[in-house]
Design a protein around this ligand. Structure first.
Ligand code: SME
Length: 156
């Protein structure tokens, strides 16, 4: 199946998976599991904005660092800029935080509250270079928008 087709299906599955659910942690856990298993990524998970830092949320993959500061690493930079960041080669990204030495490329997508401010980020790592492109950004941003109200307003 083409990447676009996989993502079309994935977005529809995410929407039906989260419908009517207000358990933010549960939604993040299930959405991480669904994206991870569908797309075969190396690490798929969430960092949540809490106490002026990003704190590790539900994820699939190897263990990861607990806290990331504003402007630190790819996640902290996506949070600070409030925009999606695609990193074709993590070794070329100044300040990249290597939670896993196997990670080669990465995408981080902000999840915004009703004021448009990031309340979390979706972080995905690949073991191959150049995994992520505009197609990934496009569909992962759709997923981020779909789950944003639950994460911003849901039970922690
Ligand atoms: N590489 C990320 C840190 C999180 S791990 O990839 C799970 C970064 O530079 O922000």
């Amino acid at each position: 199946m083409e990447k676009t087709e996989k993502y079309e299906l994935l977005v529809a599955q995410v929407k039906s998976l989260i419908e009517g659910e207000d358990n933010a942690v549960g939604v993040m856990a299930n959405v991480a599991a669904l994206i991870h298993s569908t797309m075969n990524f190396w690490w798929t998970g969430f960092y949540i904005v809490r106490n002026d830092e990003l704190q590790l949320g539900p994820f699939q993959g190897p263990v990861a660092c607990y806290r990331i500061g504003l402007g630190k690493g790819v996640c902290g930079t996506a949070w600070q800029r409030n925009e999606t960041i695609v990193v074709p080669d993590v070794e070329q990204f100044p300040g990249h935080i290597a939670c896993s030495s196997e990670s080669r490329s990465e995408i981080v997508v902000p999840i915004r509250d009703s004021r448009g401010e990031p309340c979390a980020v979706l972080d995905i790592d690949s073991r191959e270079l150049n995994t992520f492109d505009d197609t990934d950004s496009h569909y992962l941003e759709q997923i981020a928008a779909a789950i944003a109200p639950t994460i911003a307003n849901g039970r922690a």
